[in-house]
Design a protein around this ligand. Structure first.
Ligand code: AMP
Ligand code: MG
Length: 403
């Protein structure tokens, strides 16, 4: 059986970044840059005032009070074309361009106005309350580098920098195929021995969180012909994710049927729990990720392996899988597989957060999975652990999208 690191290496090593596409900047949230965003304009494009007040020559107001003659007005978007000479000033508002001759701003609160006679009651240092041209960034500067996931802040920054169209990686298109005679699509009539194919919808959601586009292509029954038939619908997708049928039970057909259809197997089985029967390969140019059917196994393996596959396709640098936390309770020794225990995470005032695994860890328990904030990883053969020990966790709260 493969270790999780070996499996991740095979996935990352075997997948090339997808082609790129151009999108409008306002659609860029959560998209991965395929090219650097370089400023085409400086911000601000000229020296502007940071306050409402008067644009002055610092030399004129080194001693005060002093009365200056207002000769014009500069509001944001309305430049004053005149020049401020000795003994003169110009009314100015936040964002207004600094008029020629002036070099500092006296804020309104430090002045008295009597018609066009402006009495300055406080000294101004040269450059005070002035935002020089390019204070934020200058034209030509690389602001955002290829491989970066666009945050909400980045979207604003790119727009300010003059980028209207942005080159990003195309989103991976993921076909989602559930397998099993017992599962039915949400909303369809059900017998007592059937369950909802929650994976069909959960995987669409997992794909979205990871920055991909998931499409359910339905359910294959546990018959070779049914699987073969459904496989056709995966044509043209970047990844086919199957759920269920990946184990060695009589009804677990994914590997054997797809094998007959030309599956080039990358690996099968990983020494982890949940998620041991996991298939990675390529079938007809579409990557195959065959996940176990238990909903929690599907979720945990998606958070680790589907994430890695999507990141590779998006040309993102691989993200560290683990963070550190303190264990919130004692744990028994671990067995022969890497264990990922569903756990609640609590922050503490200082230091590491505390991760407390739930009592029951059955991989069918979706309610507990939904309650979990993270997975506590236990090494193969780890001895019993005490509360307070430092452990590795996988966060479940990490969407690709940030504020
Ligand atoms: P399998 O991997 O096919 O042996 O399935 C393992 C368990 O997961 C079984 O209890 C299945 O009923 C359940 N399961 C399989 N596919 C789905 C699905 N799409 N949605 C919800 N549960 C599923
Ligand atoms: Mg099954």
């Amino acid at each position: 059986m493969l270790s999780i690191e070996e499996a991740l290496e095979k996935i990352r090593g075997g997948i090339e970044p997808l082609p790129t596409e151009e999108i409008f900047v306002s659609d860029a949230l959560g998209r991965v840059l395929a090219e650097d965003v370089i400023a085409t304009v400086s911000h601000p494009p000229q020296a502007v005032s940071a306050m409402d007040g008067y644009a002055v020559r610092a030399d004129d107001v080194s001693s005060f009070p002093v009365t200056l003659m207002q000769i014009g007005e500069a509001a944001a978007g309305h430049k004053f074309d005149g020049e401020v000479g000795p003994g003169e000033c110009a009314r100015i508002f936040t964002g207004g361009g600094l008029p020629k001759g002036a070099d500092s701003i006296v804020i309104q609160e430090d002045t008295d106005a009597d018609g066009s006679s402006i009495t300055i009651k406080e000294a101004a240092k040269p450059g005070e309350w002035v935002r020089p041209e390019g204070l934020d960034f200058a034209a030509g500067k690389v602001l955002l580098s290829a491989g970066r996931v666009m945050t909400a802040r980045d979207v604003g920054l790119a727009a300010a920098a003059g980028a209207t169209w942005i080159r990003v990686r195309r989103k991976p298109r993921i076909a989602i195929l559930s397998t099993g005679d017992e599962i039915v699509m949400p909303g369809a009539p059900m017998r007592a021995d059937q369950i909802v194919s929650s994976n069909s919808v959960a995987l669409v959601a997992y794909a979205a969180v990871l920055g991909a586009e998931g499409t359910s292509i339905g359910i294959a029954e546990d018959r070779p012909e049914s699987l073969r038939e459904r496989l056709k619908d995966a044509t043209g997708f970047d990844i086919l994710v199957t759920s269920g049928g990946a184990s060695v039970g009589d009804h677990d057909l994914v590997q054997s049927v797809f094998g007959d259809e030309g599956l080039e197997l990358g690996f099968y089985k990983i020494a982890m729990r949940p998620g041991k029967p996991l298939i990675f390969g390529n079938i007809g140019g579409t990557y195959l990720l065959g996940l176990p059917g238990n909903p929690v196994s599907t979720g945990v393996t998606s958070a680790i392996f589907l994430k890695a596959a999507v990141e590779s396709m998006l040309g993102m640098p691989s993200q560290p899988l683990y963070q550190a936390a303190r264990l919130g309770r004692d744990l028994k020794a671990n067995g022969k597989r890497l264990d990922f225990m569903r756990a609640r995470l609590e922050t503490s005032d200082a230091g590491l957060p505390t991760a407390t695994p739930f009592d029951r860890q059955d991989s069918s328990m979706m309610a507990a999975f939904a309650d979990a904030d993270c997975l506590v990883m236990r090494e193969i053969g780890a001895p019993a652990a005490k509360a307070g020990e430092v452990v590795k966790i996988v966060l479940l709260g990490t969407s690709i999208i940030k504020f």
